[in-house]
Each structure stands twice: as structure tokens, then as C-alpha cells.
Design a protein around this ligand. Structure first.
Ligand code: UDP
Length: 300
């Protein structure tokens, strides 16, 4: 015979048949469920943790160059055995005037590689995502594999170069607020000037992407301007490029004396590629001087 359930007025058997009856867990049963839950959570961590840590550690480490994917004017890009990574290899070759002028700037590859990585690490700290993964040697860096947005983004703080020429103003006028312009990355068309609406009509990027790029570009300018100022350098203008990585916009390519105009604050001496473009001499000295001021230690 079934024992009477206390207080309920039902037998144990009748109580079990009650539809929607509340399950009241007594203490031992709770302990049992709790320990089951703990084991389940631990098991999940055991499975997931090492995988993410492994991926983090592995990304870029011991990576092997597989195929040369692309050789540009100043860099080679290699596919690797990691599907999410490329290796960039910086060259000493320099070009200007849309490729008409060619030359070599001895030591430029190592300076541009190490300077880019140094700046990208600084930008990451300031909340700008970049493609940087790991510096592999003086000239080689593992980077995230991105799909480059075909827009060159140029920010200017002081008039120079094509802006001064096009707008009919002298070089060296300090803007109260920086300007931004886009060029369509297209060698056949010689990278023409375009605006956001052209870029949208040509479907080079979505509106959201262009807005993110614009926001990041001004932030990059703020961070770099302040940083170069502390090194006694005026950041006149620069060109950056962005890429898509797992659906997100991140900073890619390089930041170097090839892609920035850098003037000494005191002497206004040019410490960038304009020395090569304009045959001013002491090109290597200028690149070395920027590198020296960055205070990057020798690789071990
Ligand atoms: N720039 C670059 N790659 C280019 C064009 C420009 O890195 O293909 C950089 C250049 O070094 C400068 C800035 O973008 O720091 C603005 O360049 P500008 O439009 O004045 O063109 P440039 O006078 O160099 O032809």
C-alpha cells in the first residue's frame, strides 16, 4: 500500500499523476543536479578553451610561406599554410610618378615593416583593429588575410603634394581641421579621386563600411598626429587602406615614410618619400632618422 503524502491529501501514486505538478527538489537531489551541471560546464570549457588558446597561439607562429600571391611595388604577399593568414615581405624597391620613376632605397623594407608593426600595435591599443598578427623577421610579418576595400584613404593636416597642386595653394598651410579624400584603387585608371557616392554607386563598399572607414581614418590621424608630435615630427598627410576580415573592417597595408608625409617640426626638413620623388638626396638618411626617433629596439 502507498504511504500517504504528507499534507496533500493524495497518495504518492495519485500525486505523481497530477498534471503540471511542481517538482520540488530536496537538498540531496539539488546537490546531484548541481554537480552534474558543474561537470557539464567544466567539460565544455575543457573542449572550447584549449581550442581558442591553441588558435591564438598558433596564428602566425611557425607559419610557412606557400605561394607568392601577389608582388606589388614595395611588397610581396604570400599565401601560407594557415588559411586565415598571409605573410607580407617588404622590399627596398621604390616607385613614384605612377611607376615611371624606379629606384632602390637601401634598408627601406626593414624600416617600413618594423615601423608599420610598431604603429599598428599602438593603434590597436587605441581601439583600431588592424591586420597585424606577428613580426616574423626584419622584413616579414604575418597578417590577417583580408579582402582589400579598393579605396585609398588620404588624410591631410597640412597642405602638400597633389592637394596643393590641384587647389592652387602653397605647401605647408596648416588646416584648422583635417581633410579626408578617397582614391579608387585602380592602376589602369591611375587611382582616380572619387567620393563616397561614387564608391556606393560602383559598389566598392557598403555605406556602413565607408562610415566605419571614415571614423577609423580620423581616429588613426588623431593617434598618429599626437604620437609623431612627441617625436618632433609633423604628420602632414598619409594614405591608409582597409580590408574586410570575417565581416569586419580592419586597418591593413602599411604606415611608413612611403605612405606618410613627415616633416621635422623645427627645421621642416622632409623625412619621407618626397626626398625620392623629388630627387632631394639623403633618402636613406631620412628613413633612418624616422626609424631612430621611433625608438624601436633591434630584433634579437
Ligand atoms: N600616397 C601613397 N600612395 C599613393 C598616393 C599617395 O602612399 O599612391 C600618400 C603620399 O605619400 C602622401 C599622401 O598619400 O603622404 C597624399 O599624397 P598626394 O595625394 O599628395 O599624392 P602625391 O603628391 O604623392 O602624388
Amino acid at each position: 500500500s502507498s504511504p500517504e503524502a504528507p499534507c496533500s491529501g493524495f497518495t504518492e501514486k495519485q500525486r505523481r499523476k497530477q498534471p503540471g505538478r511542481k517538482v520540488i527538489l530536496d537538498f540531496p537531489r539539488m546537490m546531484y543536479y548541481n554537480s552534474f551541471l558543474t561537470v557539464a560546464v567544466l567539460f565544455e570549457q575543457l573542449i572550447n578553451e584549449p581550442v581558442t588558446n591553441y588558435q591564438k597561439k598558433r596564428m602566425g607562429k611557425g607559419m610557412k610561406k606557400v605561394d607568392l600571391l601577389y608582388e606589388g611595388k614595395a611588397k610581396k604577399v604570400y599565401k601560407t599554410d594557415d588559411p586565415d593568414c598571409y605573410i607580407v615581405d617588404y622590399k627596398d624597391d621604390a616607385t613614384a610618378m605612377d611607376g615611371l620613376k624606379k629606384g632602390t632605397i637601401v634598408g627601406k623594407g626593414a624600416i617600413n615593416n618594423r615601423m608599420t608593426n610598431h604603429i599598428f600595435k599602438l593603434l590597436e591599443k587605441e581601439g583600431i583593429p588592424t591586420h597585424y598578427v606577428e613580426e616574423l623577421s626584419d622584413r616579414e610579418t604575418a597578417v590577417k588575410k583580408v579582402e582589400i576595400v579598393p579605396l585609398e584613404v588620404i588624410i591631410r593636416n597640412i597642405t602638400a603634394g597633389s592637394f596643393a597642386k590641384k587647389m592652387g595653394v602653397e605647401e605647408g598651410i596648416v588646416f584648422k581641421r583635417p581633410t579626408l579624400e578617397f582614391s579608387y584603387k585602380n592602376d589602369d585608371l591611375h587611382d582616380p579621386f572619387i567620393n563616397k557616392y561614387y564608391a556606393l554607386s560602383l559598389e566598392l563598399a557598403t555605406e556602413e563600411e565607408i562610415d566605419t572607414i571614415t571614423e577609423y581614418a580620423f581616429k588613426v590621424n588623431e593617434v598618429m598626429k599626437k604620437y609623431f608630435d612627441s617625436l618632433g615630427i609633423d604628420l602632414v598627410d598619409f594614405k591608409i587602406e582597409f580590408g574586410r576580415y570575417k565581416g569586419q573592417i580592419i586597418l591593413a597595408d602599411e604606415v611608413s615614410p612611403d605612405t606618410c608625409r613627415l616633416w621635422d617640426k623645427e627645421t621642416h626638413e622632409k623625412l619621407d618619400k618626397d626626398r625620392f620623388r623629388r630627387d632631394m638626396g639623403n633618402v636613406e638618411d631620412a628613413y633612418n632618422e624616422v626609424f631612430r626617433r621611433l625608438g624601436i629596439e633591434d630584433r634579437k
